[in-house]
Ligand binder design. Structure first.
Ligand SMILES: [Zn+2]
Length: 545
């Protein structure tokens, strides 16, 4: 199989990053980085921030290089606003570092940041994403950045000059006059712990820094010893590029504009910190389709954990691996998830028979394993839509489910439901939590006698042919042949007849009749699955008066 690196974005970035790391820091571990803010539930869209460097780092690791994926938790950032659904009393914590804000009520975690980090940490583990988490609270409060902080403050005029290149020039003069002297370090008040502080003086010789706070507190500290404060974001980010020697770090499309933190950071890292900007692709927005309101996690945003409840980890990885970072896409929580799974199964069939295109094979490979090994998979991957239909009809009863799963293909030996897990569990979660009740299947309790009695002889004959054939066709393939075959039999055509427009109409009409008799509406799960799930005896009862 020929590998087309020119079309595989992961390989291409890995090539670039390895070459660049060789130029910048030969012999040192290659550093890829991501940053996440645990200011609330981490949105599924932000997974791209981690997945992009993960895939590149993993490729680099597969090639045998020493590589580290740093994940910065921006947990020393200020608490900006109280999200909907949280006690409004939390407003008193606005301005404090996220690690100093109490966790929402009922949480088992010690603070706000840890509370929102935890589900993401769990999701990343399930996704097979290896990283080194870096708490910015720990870094700042331990004094790890002391030299960088002192340097940035010493060079504040240079930083101000960089920022000035992007400031809007047409601001009213009075506003400019009112501007405070630029200072890139923000202390958290030692009394109220909020960042509503103003630096009133700074002595470069002694590093004596005086600030006042809106709470009334005023204090003079030594910046050379101070650890309760942080660099402002536009300085903080490039400082970390230099400190950590980051070679690869993506950023969202909102960072493309002139004056954005990525652009400004590129100049600050060079002019102030003597470092280099990472190779940093802009990644496009990841949207969500059809997330049911009822199951969006507290906070009302879909998280990676939500996606992992309806999709196996390799599928989630695949969504990101198969598209270049600059391509936007949607993660489906609605009926489309079934199509995602169909596409995945089709790709696996192509891989099995050797007809997959190289770039698709690579994306698949990145989805199912990492350098550390394969991710858990479902031993017998029955079609997701089939599993969803089975759970829909059986409401998840394990005995019935196993019976139906076995009937799907009598040749395939399914010893226990564990062999169709975890895919079964994901499909079950999806149908139960994401599919609205009016789209769920309800098998009729009793035959629709009135409808049956209103049928003409030909229609009754079609039901007879179907019920007579059930036992000899009792498998997914067999019943598929039967339901398509009955209209052929009635038209006197051999079973292998290619569908004509007339035949298609007859089949559609027959299917609609079956749906009405079985589930009371004209559509539903695929008929062969529905018949298997309902069971032969009950089908016979529902199709006769
Ligand atoms: Zn204060």
């Amino acid at each position: 199989m020929q590998v087309q690196t020119e079309t595989d974005w992961v390989s291409r970035f890995a090539d670039d990053v390895i070459a660049e790391a060789e130029r910048r820091a030969p012999g040192k571990p290659i550093v890829c980085a991501s940053g996440l803010s645990p200011s609330g539930p981490v949105h599924l869209g932000n997974l791209r921030e981690v997945m992009t460097p993960h895939l590149v780092a993993d490729e680099i690791r597969r090639r045998g290089h020493d590589v580290v994926h740093l994940l910065s938790w921006d947990d020393f950032d200020r608490f900006r606003k109280v999200p909907v659904g949280v006690d409004p009393a939390w407003a008193e914590h606005i301005g404090k570092p996220l690690t100093s804000v109490p966790a929402p009520e009922g949480s088992e975690y010690p603070n706000w940041a840890e509370h929102f980090k935890a589900p993401m940490v769990k999701a990343l583990a399930e996704l097979g994403i290896e990283y080194r988490g870096v708490s910015q609270t720990e870094m700042y409060t331990s004094g790890a950045y002391r030299d960088q902080v002192l340097l940035a403050v010493r060079e504040r005029a240079a930083i101000d000059a960089v920022l000035d290149r992007y400031r809007t020039k047409d601001k009213p003069a009075t506003e400019q006059d009112d501007e405070e002297q630029y200072f890139p370090y923000k202390p958290y008040c030692s009394v109220c712990d909020r960042d509503m502080t103003t630096v009133t003086s700074y002595d470069d010789e002694t590093t004596e820094l005086s600030y006042t706070c809106v709470c009334g507190h005023a204090e003079t500290v030594l910046l050379s010893e101070h650890t309760r404060g942080k660099l402002v974001w536009k300085v903080d980010w490039p400082m970390r590029w230099a400190y950590e020697g980051v070679v690869f770090e993506p950023s969202g499309v909102d960072h493309t504009s002139p004056g954005s933190s990525f652009v400004v950071g590129g100049q600050i890292v060079r002019e102030v910190f003597g470092g280099k900007q990472p190779i940093g692709p802009m990644y496009a927005f990841v949207g969500i389709s059809g997330m049911a309101k009822m199951s969006s996690s507290k906070g009302g945003v879909p998280t990676p954990g939500d996606a992992l409840e309806i999709m196996e980890a390799p599928l989630v990885r695949w969504l990101y691996a198969r598209r270049k970072p600059n391509q936007s896409f949607k993660v489906a929580f609605d009926q489309e998830v079934q199509r995602t799974y169909d596409e995945w199964d089709a790709l696996e069939r192509k891989l099995a028979d050797g007809t997959a295109v190289a770039v698709d094979a690579l994306a698949h490979d990145r989805a199912v394993r990492t350098a550390a090994g394969p991710l858990p998979s479902t031993p017998i991957p029955i079609a997701y839509r089939t599993l969803a239909s089975i759970v829909d009809i059986t409401t998840g009863d394990p005995e019935q489910t196993l019976r139906i799963v076995r009937d799907l293909d009598p040749e395939r030996q399914v010893a226990s439901l564990d062999e169709v897990r975890p895919r079964l569990d994901r499909a079950a979660h999806w149908i139960t939590n994401q599919v609205p009740l009016d789209q769920r299947t309800r098998v009729r309790e009793h035959a629709d006698v009135e409808l049956i009695q209103s049928l003409d002889e030909q229609q009754r004959e079609s039901l007879r042919l179907l019920t007579q054939g059930l036992d000899t066709h009792w498998s997914l393939d067999g019943l598929t042949d039967l339901v398509y075959g009955v209209p052929k039999d009635q038209a006197g055509l051999p079973r292998d007849t290619k569908p004509t427009p007339e035949l298609k109409v007859a089949q559609r009409t027959f299917f609609a009749l079956l749906y009405r008799l079985l589930v009371g509406v004209e559509t539903g799960p695929r008929l062969p699955t529905l018949l298997l799930a309902v069971g032969a005896d009950r089908v016979r009862k529902l199709l006769s008066d």
